[in-house]
Write a protein that binds this ligand. Structure first.
Ligand SMILES: [Zn+2]
Length: 589
């Protein structure tokens, strides 16, 4: 690939700072114009309705552009005071303007079915799913006064999650390792639990688990409030059948689909027992200890230049589909990739496609390891997803959460396969497979069992069970997922207290398992079907967020309510485990 600069070219958003400033003026003007159409909108004339929706679309596009420009400037240099100020300015302006425009959603959401129907028809296919989704909560919406009361009370309800965060940031995990006293923040714990030295991993876990056991009296009570609040609002007031059903509705996934996913993970888990045995063997242990679950296995020395990484990704993508490779090339050629780490630059990696038709911007912190090449493929996958969905309006071109990792994970697997085929060094190949399977465990199995824990804990605590019931429920899920393959110390029963998602977004975690296992299953189909599969995947991606996820998948013949579909994902994983086994047998000769 020929490449643009390794810093971002902003011209796809705004030519310069002046144009950005002018856009902020323009946004206020457009918002006023929309407010001025309010009375006309309320007359429910189809033509006026469609005109309003189009104007709102134009406003939203410009708003996303402005936010993207400011957010990217800040990501590029978080220490710049000018960037901080610009970002604050845009955020304040947009929240002020969106509050002014809230009348549209409120009005639309509350419109009786027979009055909404002709308007929906007039708006056409392009806006259908978005407009439908805005009304999807109607059956679960209460009277205006009740909604107002909930909104006001929720300020306090969110205090549980906030308090949890505050405590979490204050905690210091203190332990001794390698003759040194270490005092780690909770956010730094991963550095020690993934440490190459087993004594460090164990000391870090023991200290953290002891701390959370001691704090259980506070954190457990906070969690009980989260459960009670969720139960009160979603089950008692809004009328959902179960606590998880409310989250499923937010994800637009039918309850049986989520249950099929969780059951399939439970049935497929033994694949990981085999994997844990291999990992134990590679670490020189008889049986893997839970302390060593994330232990790094011998690292290969091979590194990649960015040019080399690009060439690898491009080859892997074009073997799948030339358009995939061409779209990836466009991101690079247009100078939309910020490549290397730098002081003040944000860590991690992302792809940011703010509006349809603007080539997404990628942030990387490329350092040449095999993992960085995989990250490049992952983020380019996200970008391709956005670009293929560019026909849709800004409201629906982003995929919904359960489908958000479809192209990224697929791209990553394409690259992994290419590396396994092209590279010679067995140590590198083993490292790639260990990375992939560690990730698959953490994203699929661990998260699905987390969801099982949440279901059990919400049920038990809502019935007034003591906190020990939650510890027990969690320990049961650990025993179920590890079987005999992992040695499991008792102290891990308190591990759930360390998971922030349980406190601020109940039942969120299964979406990770859904997204990842979905792609493994799709990839397995690709291997079976070859080129015939390519247009199917591309149609899934091109739909963006314009169709309900399960309906979209069903259109292409994938029935996610059927556990057999999900089993395909585990077949993919068991093939990977087999490859790893062969490789390890080879390297130990
Ligand atoms: Zn991603």
């Amino acid at each position: 690939m020929t490449r643009g600069s390794d810093r971002w070219d902003y011209r796809a958003l705004f030519q310069d700072e002046n144009e950005f400033e002018a856009a902020l003026q323009e946004l206020s003007r457009r918002a006023e114009a929309l407010v001025a159409r309010r009375e006309e909108l309320f007359k429910k004339d189809p033509e006026a309705f469609v005109a309003f929706v189009r104007e709102l679309e134009a406003f939203t596009e410009l708003a996303h552009r402005a936010r993207a420009y400011a957010a990217l400037r800040l990501a590029e240099d978080s220490e710049s005071e000018a960037a901080q100020a610009a970002y604050a300015k845009v955020s304040n302006l947009l929240s002020e303007l969106s509050a002014k425009l809230l009348f549209f959603e409120t009005w639309w959401k509350n419109l009786p079915e027979e009055e909404a129907e002709p308007l929906l028809k007039a708006a056409g296919e392009r806006y259908r799913y978005w407009l439908r989704e805005l009304r999807a909560w109607r059956p679960y919406t209460l009277s205006e006064e009740a909604e107002r009361a909930i909104r006001l009370k929720n300020v306090a309800a969110r205090a549980h999650a906030k308090t949890y965060n505050v405590l979490n940031t204050r905690y210091r995990i203190v332990f001794e390792a390698r003759g040194e006293r270490i005092e780690a923040k909770k956010s730094e714990l991963g550095k020690y639990t993934h440490h190459p030295d087993p004594a460090v991993r164990r000391a870090a876990y023991d200290a953290a688990l002891a701390l959370f056991e001691e704090e259980a009296i506070v954190l457990g009570e906070l969690y009980r409030l989260v459960v009670q609040d969720w139960q009160n609002e979603y089950v008692k007031l809004r009328g959902f059948a179960t606590p998880i059903a409310a989250r499923n509705k937010m994800n637009d996934l039918p309850d049986p689909v989520v249950e099929a996913l969780l059951q399939a993970v439970e049935a497929g888990t033994p694949v990981f027992h085999e994997y844990f045995q291999l990992k134990a063997q590679a670490l020189g242990e008889k049986r893997l200890s839970r302390y060593d679950l994330y232990a790094p296995v011998a690292q290969a020395e091979r590194t990649f230049s960015f040019e080399e990484a690009l060439a690898k990704v491009e080859r892997a993508f074009s073997a799948f589909d030339p358009e995939f490779a061409a779209l990836a090339r466009r991101v690079v050629e247009e100078g939309h990739v910020d490549v290397y780490p730098r002081k003040g630059k944000r860590g991690g990696a992302f792809s940011y496609g703010p509006v349809p038709g603007v080539t997404p911007y990628l942030l990387l912190n490329f350092q040449g390891e095999a993992r960085d090449v995989a990250t490049l493929a992952h983020e380019l996958g996200h970008a391709i997803h956005s670009m293929l969905a560019a026909e849709h309006p800004v409201f629906t071109f982003h995929p919904p959460l359960p489908l958000a990792e479809m192209a990224s994970t697929f791209g990553e697997i394409l690259l992994t396969d290419a590396l396994l085929a092209e590279e010679e060094d067995p140590a590198l190949k083993a490292q790639i497979l260990f990375d992939e399977l560690d990730g698959a465990y953490a994203t699929v199995v661990r998260q699905a069992y987390f969801a099982r824990f949440e279901i059990a804990a919400h049920e038990k605590l809502a019935q007034g069970a003591p906190l020990s019931a939650a510890h027990e429920a969690f320990f049961e899920t650990l025993k179920a997922q590890f079987g005999d393959a992992v040695e499991l110390p008792e102290a891990f029963r308190f591990e759930w207290l360390m998971v922030p998602h349980f406190y601020h977004t109940p039942f969120y975690v299964y979406a990770y398992a859904f997204g990842q296992l979905l792609v493994y299953a799709l990839y397995r189909r690709y291997r079976e079907e070859g080129p015939a599969f390519v247009p199917r995947l591309k149609r899934l991606l091109a739909a963006g967020g314009s169709v309900p996820p399960t309906e979209l998948l069903a259109r292409e013949g994938f029935n996610v309510e059927d556990p057999a579909f999900w089993q395909q994902g585990f077949l993919y994983l068991s093939e990977r485990v087999r490859t790893l086994r062969e490789l390890l047998a080879f390297t130990s000769d």
